[in-house]
Design a protein around this ligand. Structure first.
Ligand SMILES: Cc1cc2nc3c(=O)[nH]c(=O)nc-3n(C[C@H](O)[C@H](O)[C@H](O)COP(=O)(O)OP(=O)(O)OC[C@H]3O[C@@H](n4cnc5c(N)ncnc54)[C@H](O)[C@@H]3O)c2cc1C
Length: 479
């Protein structure tokens, strides 16, 4: 695959052709103007670019890529710039051009009878949710970055998030999409069909391709009936094993509502959120582990709260949980969610943290937490693992805070060793080293360990077919 260092910056003549397509004011070349597009959320990747292009239509994207293809210019597609593996950030060479979809932010259609919504790729996820709600429908994709991330980015990364347990990932929400290929040709449709068995489904190839095969310009996303009632509770327990048992306990007993979130947290993580974000502990007496449970229904108001209360009562009697608190108001439900959503932010105040986004079979989560914890402590005595996340999907954000008395840089210098130790445990348990954030730049070197040589070869052939000159997001995803 093409090395990002093999590209030269676009010439003045090529830049002028780009500007003629998007308009002078939508091509940024000034360092200060480009800066927000060149730095990611955690500051782990900071790149340079020859320009940032901000097209306003699919036609403009197609025209830009045609020029880039002819002139051999590397293009880095960017949505809301919330990706956590560096896929949307150019390398440090300064030769690449960022193509930002942010101006393509129109909701093109909401078709209630087809339960579908057609969106340009740059629509911010929270705006898509609001548009669905305005039509009495639910668009269930939901993640902590939803105020910034975009539909195109969600599809390019096959985003997961909070409601996967009930509705599946971004892939499951997508009925159709359109994309521009590296040479400017356009593929796909916005048909919104639920059945279309006409051969290879290129939509599925594009989803999760992280900007390496094409630029997604628009999509048709599934809608669902609106939720009329929900209940949120915190349950406290002694072990992650009890949390996993509680999940099965709920599933077996639910009759009138649906499990829409089941999020695990340790007391250490929760105490970070309490200390640094000014939040309140859910119980007077802490427990080592917590689960945030959310149930949703379309039934009569109050039913779901009663069901939550009933099942938690049974779990208490069965000795599965030590305590539980039910949100009695929307404000309290939001306060519970804030504890969960604030996990990453709170950890920033505890010094350096090494991040892992892993999945194992749900039943193996307790083993994973125990074995990964031991492996990390062998490498860095005093390190503080803070596992949290979508335990209902077998997906944990296994973040490790530095020992309080250790130098931040010395701790972060151990990033690769710590990640390798955690990933070894993941792979031994039959898991995935990237549950929802993707591969990007950060995990590229791991792909050879998790895909067979045949699979890697096929991925390379696919890349070669879609992008023969290798101009789309070079140095990302494919080893
Ligand atoms: C606080 C926080 C919480 C998060 N929680 C979750 C979570 O729960 N679940 C989860 O899955 N992720 C989560 N993420 C990660 C991130 O939000 C998702 O990966 C999201 O889908 C990225 O969307 P984006 O628009 O920001 O894409 P970007 O970050 O801009 O790009 C991500 C990748 O997609 C490519 N890309 C972007 N747009 C396009 C396009 N139109 N066409 C082709 N390629 C494109 C980029 O080149 C890059 O490789 C979280 C991030 C943050 C900061």
């Amino acid at each position: 695959m093409r090395d990002p260092a093999s590209f030269r910056p676009p010439s003045g003549e090529v830049l002028a052709r780009f500007a003629a397509i998007v308009g002078e004011r939508h091509m940024l070349t000034d360092e200060a103007d480009m800066a927000p597009f060149l730095r990611e959320w955690r500051d782990r990747y900071v790149g340079r670019a020859a320009a940032v292009l901000r097209p306003g239509s699919e036609e403009e994207v197609a025209a830009l890529l045609k020029v880039a293809h002819e002139a051999d210019v590397a293009i880095v597609p960017q949505g809301g710039n919330t990706g956590l593996v560096g896929g949307q950030i150019p390398f440090e060479t300064g030769a690449e051009v960022v193509l930002s979809l942010g101006r393509m932010n129109r909701i093109l259609d909401v078709d209630v009878e087809n339960d579908a919504m057609t969106l340009q790729a740059g629509v911010v996820l929270a705006d898509a949710q609001r548009a669905a709600a305005d039509h009495g429908r639910l668009f269930p994709l939901s993640l902590a970055a939803e105020g910034s991330c975009q539909i195109g980015g969600n599809l390019a990364t096959n985003a997961g998030g909070l409601n996967v347990i009930a509705y599946g990932t971004a892939r499951a929400q997508c009925l159709a999409l359109r994309a521009v290929l590296a040479d400017g040709r356009i593929i796909g449709s916005l048909s919104g069909l639920r059945k279309d068995n006409t051969g290879y489904d290129l939509r599925d190839v594009m989803i999760g391709s992280e900007g390496t095969l094409g630029i997604i310009t628009a999509a048709v996303m599934r809608l669902h009936p609106a939720v009329t009632d929900r209940a949120v509770a915190f349950a406290g327990m002694e072990t992650p094993g009890e949390a996993v048992s509680l999940l099965a306990f709920f599933r077996e007993r639910l009759t009138c509502s649906q499990l829409t979130a089941f999020e695990l947290m340790s007391h250490l993580g929760l105490s970070f959120a309490v200390t640094h974000l000014g939040l309140r502990e859910p119980f007077d007496a802490p427990t080592p582990w917590y689960v945030l449970v959310e149930l949703s229904s379309r039934g009569a108001p109050g039913e779901v709260l009663a069901e939550m209360e009933h099942i938690l009562g049974q779990a208490f009697e069965a000795g599965l949980i030590a305590d539980a608190a039910l949100a009695q108001s929307e404000a309290q439900a939001q306060a519970f969610w804030r504890l969960r959503d604030g996990m990453s932010e709170a950890q920033k105040h505890e010094g350096g943290s090494i991040k892992n986004d892993i999945a194992v079979p749900v039943s193996r989560i307790p083993e994973f937490i125990e074995q990964a914890g031991a492996a990390v402590l062998r490498l860095v005595p005093g390190a503080r693992p803070v596992p949290f996340g979508h335990v209902g999907d077998g997906n944990l954000h296994y973040n490790i805070s530095q020992p309080p008395d250790m130098d931040r840089d010395a701790f972060l210098a151990k990033w690769d060793d710590v990640v390798a130790a955690v990933n070894d445990v993941v792979l031994a348990l039959g898991g995935s080293i990237s549950a929802e954030h993707g591969i990007g730049r950060m995990k590229r070197h791991w792909l050879k360990k998790v895909k067979s040589p045949t699979e890697i070869a096929l991925m390379r052939q696919l890349k070669q077919t879609f992008d023969p000159r290798g101009i789309l997001n070079p140095g990302k995803l494919i080893p």
